[in-house]
Design a protein around this ligand. Structure first.
Ligand code: CA
Ligand code: CA
Length: 579
């Protein structure tokens, strides 16, 4: 009897140790509240990027100093859009060119590095970036530019499994941080500029084996998979031929390239979807579902429960991939999204019902507003780029000036939500573009745009602005402008602080209520990544990756010229207040 009890105790003890050592669903669901770790992209699957920590606060943030900095090294610099994850004193951070580093979170000492071998023919649209890794069990899992998923042992960096998402030669790539929900690893795909088929996929995170696949181009068949990998049909997404003319749905793009968020209270994963392909909207009359939308997927079944489309029949490359952040408001679960098209949307996270919509940038030319009854934009037809077949030579449609530019009122840089101030902190940009359409036919693995463009400034003044947005009233409570376009994400804390980085290289902190900048530090290259915070040994740490790059220098036209003095880099910075 006594021996038996001892056995039970030993077993329980071992189980407790194991549970502590490995990352579980419960830990990920609780990530926003557990301040000793950062286990997910978004600091919690809801994506709020809010930490209750307040050891660093408005009164003492001016004393924040670097603890360590780590160089990603080599000749491989370029854009660093990554968010690190932190578990058991280890930091796992991805870097450009599909690299992943494990570092000692206290000292910055390098523990191991994984360098993915990339083929020559990869086709990432917008720099060789990566946005971060997922943690599950004893694994750290990330997506690579050649459209693979790689799972590594957290302690050793050894490859535990590797799975192909799709053919990189057909235009597929992957750069988002995977999402963990209900014991599944959930990912999207990149490649909307190549006419890929956008889809969301769920895998067993321990093995990489597929569980379900849900296309987000209307008309395609969903699949589910048994343990042996045998696929069976799991229902068509929508209705074939309903919102797409002819065969265009077969190469419809709509890539959910920024990954997703998840709310355990709704059981739904929220993925934003990219532009329909090609860009020339006259070729595909109709709404072109589920492009430029938020799609809510039941994690258990892999079915689309609701969708909301920000830009039906998009003609401006207004990818609707932006993160959908859920939050509670008077017993309701709502979601906020700052769309590339310049409008901020508030939706019921359970039903997808539109609760509010308002502009978060100053100039929007393509629509005059959003009809809250129908949920549809009030288009300005003359501001849609013209049909090339209607032009004199049939080669170039009417050129229009459009704002925002296709780089968006907001792009990949994730915003934050504070349950203290009840405000969203949105990294936004004011810019425009000249855009026109051209004839195009689909060719596998080739760019599929049918459009030309030049990004333009709207004035000689600042392009970027960090804006505190009230989702209830639609008011901009404060803004902090920035000369270069903002391209990094945001962190907000219980210390009444908002942290964000600038392409000019500063990580800075402002009072969350007033926007007054209280601290800044020069990291040596531009910041295009979101900061994080955690505590260890009673001290609060703040970290951000530095390294200028991403889409702006590649596609930014006149804006790229304006900021071409900015230098590349690649490093991780960690800060705390000295004892
Ligand atoms: Ca946590
Ligand atoms: Ca796009």
């Amino acid at each position: 009897m006594r021996l038996k009890l001892l056995n039970v105790l030993v077993t329980l003890g071992l189980a407790a140790t194991a549970a502590q050592a490995t990352v579980t669903d419960q830990m990920i669901e609780n990530d926003a509240k557990s301040t000793g770790d950062v286990l997910s992209w978004g600091i919690g699957p809801q994506g709020q990027r809010y930490s209750p920590l307040k050891a660093v606060n408005t009164k003492n943030v001016a004393k924040l100093l670097p603890v360590w900095s780590f160089s990603f090294g080599g000749e491989k610099q370029r854009g660093q859009e990554t968010q690190p994850v932190i578990h058991k004193g280890k930091m796992f951070v991805t870097a450009s060119y599909s690299r992943l580093f494990a570092l000692d979170a206290k000292t910055g000492a390098k523990l191991w590095k994984y360098e993915h071998r990339l083929p020559d023919g990869i086709m990432p649209c917008c720099d060789v970036i990566n946005r971060g890794a997922a943690l599950y069990d004893n694994l750290v899992i990330f997506a690579t530019l050649d459209a693979q998923l790689v799972a590594l042992n957290q302690d050793t960096g050894e490859v535990v499994w590797k799975e192909k998402i799709d053919n990189y030669a057909d235009g597929y790539s992957a750069s988002a941080a995977p999402l963990i929900a209900q014991g599944l690893l959930i990912t999207g795909v990149s490649g909307g500029e190549f006419g890929v088929i956008g889809r969301v996929e769920a895998r067993d995170p321990k093995t990489g084996k597929m569980v379900w696949s849900r296309p987000v181009v209307e008309g395609h068949m969903g699949k589910k998979f048994d343990k042996d990998g045998n696929a069976t049909d799991n229902g068509i997404s929508g209705t074939t031929g309903k919102t797409w003319p002819g065969d265009l749905w077969k190469t419809g793009g709509s890539a959910p390239w920024l990954g997703g968020t998840y709310d355990p209270k709704t059981g739904l994963a929220y993925f934003g979807t990219g532009n329909p392909a090609p860009w020339n909207s006259h070729l595909r009359k109709g709404d072109n579902l589920y492009s430029c939308s938020t799609v809510a997927i039941d994690v258990k079944t892999g079915q689309i429960v609701w969708h909301y489309q920000g830009t039906p029949n998009d003609g401006w490359d207004f990818d609707g991939v932006n993160e959908f952040i859920t939050y509670e408001d008077g017993g309701k679960i709502l979601g906020g999204k700052a769309d590339r098209n310049g409008f901020f949307y508030v939706l019921d996270a359970k039903t997808g019902k539109l609760e509010n919509a308002f502009p978060f940038v100053k100039k929007i030319t393509w629509a005059t507003g959003i009809d809250l009854k129908t949920g549809r934009p009030n288009f300005v037809p003359e501001n849609r780029p013209g049909d090339p077949t209607a032009g004199a030579d049939g080669k170039k449609g009417n050129v229009v000036f459009s704002a925002p530019s296709f780089l968006g009122g907001k792009n990949q840089m994730p915003m934050a939500y504070s349950p203290d101030t009840k405000l969203f902190y949105v990294p936004s940009n004011e810019w425009g573009m000249e855009i026109w359409n051209e004839p195009i036919t689909y060719k596998k693995g080739a760019a599929y745009l049918g459009a030309g463009f030049t990004i333009k400034t709207l004035s000689d003044g600042p392009i970027g602005a960090l804006r505190a947005v009230d989702p209830k009233t639609g008011k901009i409570v404060w803004e902090a402008t920035n000369n270069a376009p903002l391209w990094g994400g945001v962190l907000t804390t219980g210390g009444n602080l908002v942290f964000w980085g600038t392409p000019e290289g500063f990580l800075q902190a402002a009072d969350a209520k007033t926007g007054k900048i209280l601290w800044k530090f020069q990291t040596g290259s531009g910041i295009v990544a979101p900061p994080v915070t955690w505590q260890d040994g009673g001290e609060q740490y703040v970290a951000v990756a530095s390294g200028w790059g991403g889409a702006v220098p590649l596609w930014g036209g006149d804006v790229a010229k304006k900021v071409n003095y900015l230098e590349q880099g690649g490093s991780m910075w960690v800060f705390k207040i000295p004892k």
